[in-house]
Design a binder for this molecule. Sequence first.
Ligand code: SF4
Length: 87
Amino acid sequence: LSVEDRLGLVSFVIDGEPHIIVKEKFCKDCELKVCLKVCPAKLYEEENGKINFNYEGCLECGTCRIACGKLEWNYPRGGFGVNYQFG
Ligand code: SF4
């Protein structure tokens, strides 16, 4: 299976509370915007200079946390988040 095929097998239990908070006050002056490049699930998008983030598909890899350093990043609450058991 390709990586994309494997990711298609991953399931999620969506929490109503985002576990990662993007802080716009830092994003607007950020020149690198590494979040757009590093997320393997491509959950960060830029639109008119603003970063949009969709936490529901997060793989909990932690890459954006390390690459950015300005995110409020937590694992989802217990019982929520990614489920790899079928992937
Ligand atoms: Fe993307 Fe990984 Fe960050 Fe989740 S933790 S948003 S999958 S880079």
